[in-house]
Design a protein around this ligand. Sequence first.
Ligand code: THU
Length: 138
Amino acid sequence: MGNLQKALSQDVYKKLYVKALEARKNAYAPFSGFKVGAALLTDDGSIYTGVNIENSSYGATICAERTAFVKAISEGHRGFKALAVTAGSDQEALPCGICRQFMYEFSPKMEVVTGTDTEHLNVRTLEELLPLGFRLEK
Ligand code: THU
């Protein structure tokens, strides 16, 4: 993990990553075979998990990150501290552009945890992943 100052402890990042790995077992990815899991930490300390859910109409697919967000938002959460995402040990999964925009709406300063295992995690802010992101004033 990089040595920049991070908002949360290594233990929290690891815990979130493990939750994402566990969730990944439920991914529905019969078309790509690329299973993804995510775990989202809310401002009040709750954790919501998500998986990618593919569809015969490919464009209807939803990514793991947005699944976790949709679950949390629909339960009333609006602020988020961190999200871990994993595609297992083969490849680091970085959130796609649509997910970056989706998440930016709520918490531009949240952290995104990626990596191939708990000993090799990368922690970046969403603002690093989506510089100069778009958001309407509310
Ligand atoms: N996918 C995710 O769930 N999250 C990512 O960060 C990247 C892509 C999914 C969408 C699709 O089901 C599969 O991975 C291949 O693109």
